[in-house]
Design a protein around this ligand. Structure first.
Ligand code: FAD
Length: 427
């Protein structure tokens, strides 16, 4: 991370010991706060890891007990926000807050309403064991999952939009109706439905009489942020321009506090001017990504809102998108001189692309906003694959948390619910 309150680059290392040492070296006066906050994160990340193995952890009472004891910081910080916890650890030192949480955009754009426990688990996981990239790109994961489904005797139907969830007289699912781009309604039968679409989209597939009851548990939940994303093809290796890391958070000069992240998405409401939003820059050739090159892909991601791109005719939308792509290239060239001259291709997606391409309400990319739970700790996070319609489950980030890890964990939890709802006969 670099820029903004942080100034010169700070590299967040892998491993809690190295992270502690790097933060203390950069912020020696905050030694106590750094020790405390990292210790909380480590206990939360590893403790919840044990608990998330589910009942199995409690089958061994000692493992269950020690996991619960480790979770002392969860109990005390259950409804806290990231801002509150960092304020306690670092006071007014915004540089230290940015050093530990510059990639806050991976979850939310407002540290005041980002649930501290979720941040501790997710960022604690990154610190404990690094992040992972699917070699060759995420399509390979989709392909592998498709192969596994087919091998198990499943059938995949692609490029179809589910329009209806069909229920029997008892209100239990019996299948879905779907259609292609040019129409052509078809039905698929099944006693369990698992959906990755947003609850708002699922509601519109249900019979009118079921919609209100289905939507009730989600009514008060704000949606997560959306993102814009620009992917550039670069003729030279980005390392030649000094872009050495896989992921760099570039904080603009106008940023004074970590909280200023809140202002990032609004900047794209206008045509580009002086100010750029805070952005994540990813250089895939810094790791063994399997993406090859030249051109070497570099992607730039920042918070966005559907409202930034609505009410524009096609020509104005294209022009605004094009001008923002150029502004980002110019901004990157100031930090990495030579970058602009090396760009050979560019693709820019907005909150509007995400909304239309993924049928995501408001272009939300992480499901519901990761705000602190409103209930007590024994009620859990309030997220679940279960819905008010029996045998209709969510398997997306709406049932857990955002990102690939959140979506995959929610899918695994949904699978357990499905097996419980519909026991598979063992041959
Ligand atoms: C630019 C960008 C970069 C990101 N980078 C990362 C990253 O590096 N690491 C990370 O962990 N996360 C990243 N994320 C976030 C991550 O992609 C999402 O949080 C995650 O994919 C959410 O999974 P999901 O299953 O909830 O939703 P989605 O992945 O949106 O899946 C929902 C699916 O439902 C389908 N659908 C909707 N309606 C219907 C319907 N009526 N009929 C049939 N199908 C329907 C959609 O087509 C879509 O395929 C990134 C997101 C963006 C936009």
């Amino acid at each position: 991370a670099r820029g903004g309150p942080l100034g010169p680059s700070f590299v967040l290392p892998e491993g809690f010991r190295d992270t502690r040492a790097a933060l203390i070296e950069r912020f020696p006066a905050l030694r106590t706060g750094i020790g405390e906050v990292l210790s909380d994160m480590e206990r939360i990340a590893t403790g919840l890891g044990v608990l998330s193995r589910g009942r199995a952890a409690f089958d061994d009472p000692l493992a269950g007990l020690s996991a619960l004891l480790k979770l002392g910081p969860v109990v005390s910080g259950w409804r806290g926000s990231l801002s509150e916890r960092l304020q306690r650890a670092f006071g007014e030192d915004e540089a230290a807050k940015c050093a530990l949480a510059a990639n806050v955009l991976y979850w939310h754009d407002n540290p005041d309403t980002l649930w501290w426990i979720l941040f501790a688990v997710a960022q604690g996981g990154y610190i404990a064991s690094g992040s992972r990239y699917i070699q060759g790109g995420s399509q390979r994961l989709s392909n592998a999952l498709a192969r596994a489904l087919r091998t198990a005797g499943g059938e995949l139907v692609l490029h179809r939009r589910v329009t209806e969830i069909l229920l029997d007289a008892n209100g239990l699912p019996i299948g879905v109706a779907h259609e292609g781009k040019g129409g052509g309604r078809a039905e698929a039968r099944g006693r369990v439905i698992v959906s990755n679409a947003a609850p708002a989209a699922v509601a519109s597939m249900l019979p009118q009489t079921k919609r209100q009851a289905f939507s009730a548990p989600y009514a008060e939940r704000p949606l997560s942020i959306s993102l814009f994303s620009a992917t550039f093809g670069i003729a030279q290796r980005p390392a030649e321009f000094g872009m050495a890391a896989y992921s760099t958070m570039l904080l603009p000069e106008w940023m004074r506090t970590l909280r200023d992240y809140r202002r990032g998405a609004a900047i794209l409401a206008e045509l580009p001017g002086e100010a750029l939003p805070p952005i994540a820059v990813v250089n895939y050739s810094a790791i063994d990504s399997g993406l090859g090159g030249p051109p070497f892909p570099v992607s730039v991601v920042g918070a966005d809102r559907l409202a930034n791109w609505q009410d524009l005719d096609a020509a104005s939308y294209e022009e605004k998108r094009d001008r923002w792509a150029k502004a980002l290239v110019a901004g990157l060239d100031r930090v990495y001189p030579g970058f602009a001259g090396s760009v050979v291709s560019s693709v820019f997606s907005t909150a509007s692309s995400i909304s239309s391409y993924l049928n995501a309400p408001d272009g939300a990319v992480y499901g519901f906003a990761p705000t602190p739970p409103t209930g007590p700790i024994w009620q859990g996070s309030g997220r679940s694959p279960r819905t008010p319609v029996d045998r209709l489950f969510l398997a997306s980030s709406y049932a857990g948390s955002g990102g690939y890890t959140g979506a995959i964990l929610a899918g695994a939890t949904a699978a357990r619910h499905v097996l419980a709802a519909l026991p598979v006969s063992k041959k």
